[in-house]
Structures are given as C-alpha cells and as structure tokens.
Ligand binder design. Structure first.
Ligand code: SAH
Length: 464
C-alpha cells in the first residue's frame, strides 16, 4: 500500500489554500463542505473564486504566500501555477509537520486527495496513488451510478435506530443479519424513492416484531423502461430490475432491457398486441396483487414512462386498494426518446412554444380528440399509437384548418438500432405509410419543428 487512506476531521480547523484559479476554487469548495475554516492566499482571484468568497465565510488574504500564513494551519493545499512557490510551500509545510498537498505534483505531497463519492455520512474515497487521476475519476463515476443518491439518508435513518436494534438483539450475528436484510430489502427502497416516513415506520415495526416476522411482504415496482435503447434506463430502474424476483413486462419492452433482470427471475409476458387479446388489464392487476401477496418483489416493466399512455394509474389503484406497497419509477417517454434520436426538438424558440402528447388510437374508426384545440400556432403535436389511424389523423388536422403542407415525421422503432425516420407532409404521409413496410412501434410528430430533422439528425445506426 503506497498511501494510508484516512478520513480527516477538519471541522472548524484552519486549512490553507494557496492559489486563486479554478483548481484552488475546487479545493476551497471541498474543504468548505467538510466544515473547515478555510483561508485563501493569492495575489489575485479568478471570477469563480471571487464569487465563492463573497458567498461563504472564508478568510482571504490578497498577496504572495508568506511563512506567516502557516500559523495554526492543520492542512495545506498549494494550487498555484508557480512550481518554485509550490515547492517552497511544500518544504516549509513538511518542516512544520503540516500535511500538504501540491496539486499535480505527487512528489511534493505528504497526502494526496482522493476522488470522492459523497453520500454523507457515507463516503467513498478513490485513489490511484497518483498514477492516473483520470482512471480514479472514471472509477468514481462507476461507483456513483451504483450507489443511490439517498444512500446517505438511509445511513442516517439506520443510525437513529442502532440503539434500539442493539437492545433487541443480544447476539451480534443476529443483529448483523437483521441489518443486512433491511439494507437490501424494501425498507431501503422506500428510502431511495423518497417514502421516508413509511420507511421509518416500517423499520420501527421491523425491529419491534423482529422475532415474529417470518416472511417479507412483497411489493411492486412500476418501472418505466424507456423507449428501447437500454442505455436510457434510469439508475433506479436498473437497480430494481436486478433485485426483482418477478418481472411482468409489456410488448414494448426491448429484449436487451429484459436481459438486465436477474438471471433466475421469473419473466412474465403480458403484452398487448392489437390483434390478439392478451391478458386484459384486470387480469394484469390481479396478477400483480397475487405475486406481491406471495412475497415477491415484482417489477412491472412498461415501455417509456408508466404514467404516459401506460395505464400505470389503474395498476397502482388496485395495489393501493389491496394495501400492497409500491413505487413508481419514471422513464424516458417515447416522445422524448424518439424526438431526441430523430433530431427533432419538440419545442424551439422559432417554431414551437408548446407541445401536446395525444393518443392516435382508433376506436370504431375514429379518434376522439378535440381537434380544434390541437391546432394552435407554434405548437408541436405528438401522437402515440397512431400508425393505424394515420389517415384519420392527417385528414382531421387538415379538415380542422391545419395546412396540408405541414411537416410530419413518423419515427419507427425509435432509439433502437432499427430506428427509421420518415418525413413528409400531412397530405402525403398516409401514402408513405401505405407504400412502405413500417414496423411498430411508431411515433408521429406534427409541426414546424420537423423541418429541423434534416439539419439535426445525428443518430445513424448501421445495418450490420
Ligand atoms: N408509456 C409509453 C407509451 C405507451 S403507448 C411511453 O411513455 O412511451 C404505446 C405507444 O408508444 C406506441 O404505439 C408508440 O406510439 C409509442 N412508442 C413507444 N416506444 C416507441 C418507440 N421506441 N418508437 C416509436 N414509438 C414508440
């Protein structure tokens, strides 16, 4: 081991930063967030640092570094761009036994600064021992993605119940097993999803009834899987997928996303194809209830966002009535995903100040929409489920006053490697659909913004 990792308490202690540039600014921020009494010395301060100094209680001395600056200092960071001054500070500090870090000069340091993942009170510090700060930073971003943002809040909650648990369990091993179960179980998930009061109550109960409880109650996570590209999953969606005992999924959920579930998880398909009548909604609701009551952690995986044409509301209503705990994880909806991957901004200063998401689903050969309200100047329209009804959509828009030359885009299997974007106008799009073999799912965007596709298209998957 080249260095000994330590966590240093510098609260209210005098720490010195020498330098007035960007690096110094970052160091001042870090020291400040650890509660230090920060002193900064430099002949001049850049804009960022000046701003920081005015907003915080930081002691500043404008001028060259002098040995007198070291008085009562417990830690020094030298961040000047003058190597001679840096070396001088390092030598002086080491003479006075004050820990010193000189930025980008490991040979002058008595300690080095790690990359930090801060989930206070939980801290992860990463170092490559000065070998490659970039490598340490990349490792840090990997760890960032693995640790939920509210890990720290979970830690604080657990701390508040430590004593209580200690009294309850005489044996250390029992206590450890108990905490492991809590940290990997539904109570932790409640914290991550912001249901903190419920989590605290559940933890309280878990400790009180620890000896009696035999089985975890199940729960349901209603998770948005995004429009197709697995990279568009949220961190939370991925984490829950990897924990779930059962995954109940729709037709829209792409194969690569399903593959991210635990290998041994049950995967139940409840997809609805227009032609076949797969599980009716009530049956899906009942299935979720049964699985949860059997003690499973169920991920109900839906394409896009569960609350946008996803019937997510109905599913959680049933869960609520049955007292089954659940959480909802938003996803990138098809409109955002397809628009981004097709290079069609849904709003734009010059072309659209509002955007409407509408269903293009045909019922008895009509689409029940307030067409007049849809047709507004500088408004983008996005139709979900509109492929079969494309003729009706275009005809109704024209009938209610939209120009027949209004640009329209149809995005086939957006965000996937099979994405195809068709651009036409209202008059001709039905013909395009008739003459091409178009594969669902497809999303329709109507409005001037569609003209930007030609310029902004960037996503170009190869047919390999
Ligand atoms: N909850 C989903 C929408 C479900 S409705 C969401 O938020 O995206 C189903 C419709 O979504 C499809 O008919 C299609 O219009 C649209 N859709 C979903 N994924 C799509 C994709 N990858 N490309 C194009 N359209 C998509």
């Amino acid at each position: 081991m080249q260095y000994l990792p330590l966590f240093f308490n510098i609260k209210a202690k005098k720490c010195l930063v020498v330098g007035g540039g960007d690096v110094a600014t970052r160091k001042v921020k870090t020291l400040k967030s650890a509660g230090a009494n920060v002193h900064v010395v430099a002949p001049e301060f850049n804009h960022g640092l000046t701003e920081l100094l005015t907003q915080n209680s930081i002691t500043v001395r404008q001028g060259e570094f002098t040995p007198a600056d070291l008085e009562d200092v417990v830690l020094i960071i030298a961040a000047t761009n003058d190597t001679a001054i840096n070396a001088h500070i390092s030598a002086l500090a080491q003479q006075n036994k004050i820990p010193v870090n000189v930025v980008d000069a490991p040979e002058l340091c008595s300690f080095i600064m790690p990359s930090i993942v801060d989930r206070s009170p939980v801290m992860v510090a990463i170092s490559s021992g000065g070998a490659s700060p970039v490598l340490a930073r990349l490792l840090r971003s990997k760890i960032e993605t693995m640790i939920p943002a509210s890990y720290g809040r979970l830690a604080t909650l657990l701390k508040n119940y430590r004593e209580k648990a200690k009294k309850k369990f005489d044996h250390v091993a029992d206590r450890r097993r108990f905490w492991e179960k809590i940290i990997q179980g539904p109570i932790a998930e409640l914290m991550y999803s912001g249901q903190e009061k419920t989590a605290a109550k559940a933890l309280e109960d878990a400790i009180s009834y620890a000896a009696m409880s035999t089985r975890n109650p199940g729960e349901v996570y209603l998770v948005g899987a995004g429009p197709g590209d697995p990279d568009l999953l949220t961190f939370r969606a991925l984490r829950l997928l990897q924990q779930a005992d059962v995954v109940v999924y729709d037709r829209l959920v792409s194969e690569p996303i399903l593959e991210m579930a635990r290998r041994d998880a049950d995967k139940i398909y409840v997809g609805k194809q227009k032609s076949d009548h797969a599980l009716a909604q009530e049956k899906i609701n009942a299935l979720l209830v049964r699985l949860a009551k059997e003690g499973n952690r169920v991920v109900r995986l839906k394409g896009g966002d569960p609350f946008i044409f996803g019937r997510g509301g109905e599913e959680i209503e049933t869960l609520m009535n049955e007292n089954i705990s659940f959480q909802i994880v938003p996803g990138v909806t098809a409109a955002s995903g397809c628009a981004a991957y097709a290079g069609i901004p849904l709003t734009h200063r010059d072309y659209a100040q509002s955007v409407v998401f509408a269903t293009g689903h045909l019922q008895n050969n009509t689409i029940d929409l307030n067409w007049k309200a849809l047709i507004q100047k500088q408004q983008t329209l996005v139709f979900y489920m509109g492929l079969t009804g494309i003729g009706t959509i275009c005809a109704e828009l024209i009938k209610h006053g939209m120009s027949a030359t209004m640009p329209i885009a149809l995005i086939e299997r957006g965000t996937t490697i099979d994405q195809v974007v068709h651009v036409a106008d209202l008059a001709s799009m039905p013909l395009v659909v008739q003459n091409d073999t178009i594969k669902p799912p497809t999303l329709i965007i109507v409005g001037e913004v569609v003209t930007l596709h030609e310029k902004l298209a960037w996503y170009e998957p190869l047919t390999l």
